[in-house]
Design a protein around this ligand. Structure first.
Ligand SMILES: Cc1cc2nc3c(=O)[nH]c(=O)nc-3n(C[C@H](O)[C@H](O)[C@H](O)COP(=O)(O)O)c2cc1C
Length: 143
């Protein structure tokens, strides 16, 4: 059975909590999954997977985290064509601009982005947001 990776960057744990819930959804749908910080893998580990999820909060001024996540995503863009990719992340005071940008980058790279504009949640995910994350995981697992 193919494994689905949920790779995330998280500074204060909010996006990490979303990642764990996406992973729960994948497992609930009967697929194997690995929920991993991007510090613990390299982007090329995803190259052989047909479906995966990426999570990152809004950082800087409506951008991805620049030290680790931005270079990671630049690598993913090189092989994203034809992949099923779910995007998610937490934000604070913005309107989701970072996620819209991220989604359009992935679409430009030829990916099938599952959830248009990604799944975003304000700060710490509440029960509804966690349920949305589980649904996203199930959706990813069903492809
Ligand atoms: C350095 C820094 C920059 C941030 N920039 C933004 C931003 O541009 N827009 C926004 O909506 N939230 C911004 N935030 C808020 C975070 O996205 C928010 O707190 C989020 O829940 C953090 O997720 P995490 O716990 O996974 O790190 C920023 C937070 C930090 C620490």
């Amino acid at each position: 059975m193919s494994k689905i990776t949920v790779a995330y960057w998280s500074g204060t744990g909010n996006t990490e909590a979303m990642a764990e819930a996406v992973g729960e959804g994948i497992k609930a749908a009967g697929k194997e999954c690995a929920v991993v910080s991007i510090s613990d893998i390299s982007a090329s580990d995803l190259e052989g997977e047909t479906s995966f999820a990426l999570g990152c909060p809004a950082m800087g001024a409506e951008v991805l985290e620049e030290g680790e996540m931005e270079p990671f995503v630049e690598e993913v863009e090189k092989f994203a064509k034809g992949k099923n990719i779910a995007l998610f992340g937490s934000y604070g005071w913005g309107d989701g601009e970072w996620m819209r940008e991220w989604e359009s980058r992935m679409l430009d790279a030829g990916a099938n982005v599952l959830n248009r504009e990604g799944l975003i949640c304000h700060e710490t995910p509440d029960d509804d947001a966690l349920e949305d994350c589980r649904s996203l995981g199930k959706q990813l697992a069903s492809l």
